[in-house]
Design a binder for this molecule. Structure first.
Ligand code: AQP
Length: 361
């Protein structure tokens, strides 16, 4: 069944699902990042990491723990270091293989910051003013936000283009930033176009994959599940125990109606839609399949099934994560090795950019 055809227009737009078009695998390279800003949650897993694990098998993959992004809001230094270890352990425990993919922390490859500066001189203030994530994160206290938070999408463009990545697997929330990376790439190409010279940067494409491209808060189905939500009950952390997962899902906000037959009937039930999306993604089945499995049932029937599935998926990850975290030196070694490999790609690209811009090198 074509799942997209049965997806209501408004929700289709909201989730902006992009089905993994036939990739010419040999020419593709993916880059994606994750911030070491606290406990990873189910949204990070279903929106990003799970897709990375599938993609790394066939496509040249680079995954970065983006610590330069993390410091755009205040971080406790000792906590930042341990979060970097934890996030590295989490992605490896989820199935990222550092022998197949490059895994490193962003600040270890100085070229990210250098290219970001050059892109600061390409990107227009008007483009950044449109970024909704800045508006959400800066909130009412915008004057007090750091310049780094404002320029976050420029650094993200540098992260991607430094490796000439063709695809960027991310959750739906990052789509606007990838569009900005495309604008920066094409503006750079135009600014430095020379006769007969092919565009230096190709335009990266977002890959927004799976059934849970925007996992919502368990307390409010209209708000994104997020590390920085004050309520721990709003998210399922990858490190949560079986009891915590069970309690959070039991207490997740729902409504008194039974589950419907069609997704259209969920368009005014954000919390129900969120739980159905999560179940579908965890079970690798379409939303239609999930609805035909549970239609007519209430949440008292559905939630225990979701709890079992969430525990079955997340428990082995947190077990493996704890094992990996017993040897932080090994994690440092993996990150150092990843940074060495990342630099092999980044250095020549940055050198070419400097030549194009006209620097003496
Ligand atoms: N709720 C989500 N649903 C689907 N995907 C999500 N991602 C994040 N939240 C969801 C995806 O996870 C990847 C890494 O995100 P990040 O940690 O670098 O930054 P973020 O998007 O800012 O995550 P948070 O949890 O919202 O962090 P805080 O609270 O610190 O701002 C990205 O691919 C993202 O799309």
């Amino acid at each position: 069944m074509n799942y997209m055809n049965s997806y209501p227009r408004n929700l289709r737009k909201q989730n902006n699902i992009m089905i993994n078009s036939k990739l010419n695998l040999s020419k593709k390279r993916i880059f994606s990042g994750i911030q070491p800003t606290g406990n990873l949650h189910l949204g990070n897993y279903l929106g990003a990491i799970k897709n990375w694990v599938n993609l790394q098998r066939d496509i040249s993959s680079i995954f970065s723990i983006v610590d330069l992004h993390a410091i755009t809001v205040p971080q406790e230094p000792s906590k930042l270091k341990s979060s970097t270890h934890e996030v590295t352990a989490a992605i490896i425990a989820s199935g990222i293989d550092p022998k197949k993919a490059i895994v490193f922390n962003q600040s270890s490859v100085k070229e990210h910051a250098e290219l970001a500066w050059m892109f600061n001189c390409v990107c227009r203030i008007g483009w950044l003013n449109r970024m909704t994530q800045f508006k959400e994160k800066a909130g009412k206290n915008r004057e007090n936000a750091t310049v780094g938070l404002y320029g976050y999408p420029v650094l993200m463009a540098a992260d991607i283009l430094l490796y000439k990545a063709t695809h960027v697997p991310v959750g739906d929330d990052q789509k606007q930033h990838i569009e900005l990376a495309r604008d920066i790439a094409s503006s750079f190409n135009n600014m430095f176009a020379r006769d007969g010279q092919k565009d230096f940067f190709s335009l990266p494409e977002p890959q927004i994959l799976g059934q849970a491209t925007r996992v919502m808060s368990l307390r409010d189905g209209t708000k994104k599940m997020s590390k920085s939500d004050a309520s721990d009950a709003s998210r399922i952390n990858l490190t949560d125990t079986k009891e915590e997962i069970s309690n959070k899902i039991k207490k997740a906000k729902t409504d008194p109606h039974p589950l419907p037959e069609t997704i259209e009937e969920l368009s005014t039930r954000p919390e129900a839609l969120n739980l159905i999306n999560i179940y579908s993604s965890l079970s690798n089945q379409s939303i239609d399949q999930t609805l035909s499995q549970f239609c007519g049932q209430g949440f008292s029937f559905f939630k225990p099934k979701l709890i079992d599935l969430a525990i079955e998926t997340l428990n082995p990850i947190s077990f493996e994560m704890r094992k990996l975290l017993n040897d932080r030196k090994e994690i440092d070694k993996i990150l150092r090795n990843g940074a060495d490999n990342a630099r092999k790609i980044a250095e020549p690209v940055l050198k070419q950019v400097k030549e194009i811009v006209g620097f003496v090198i």
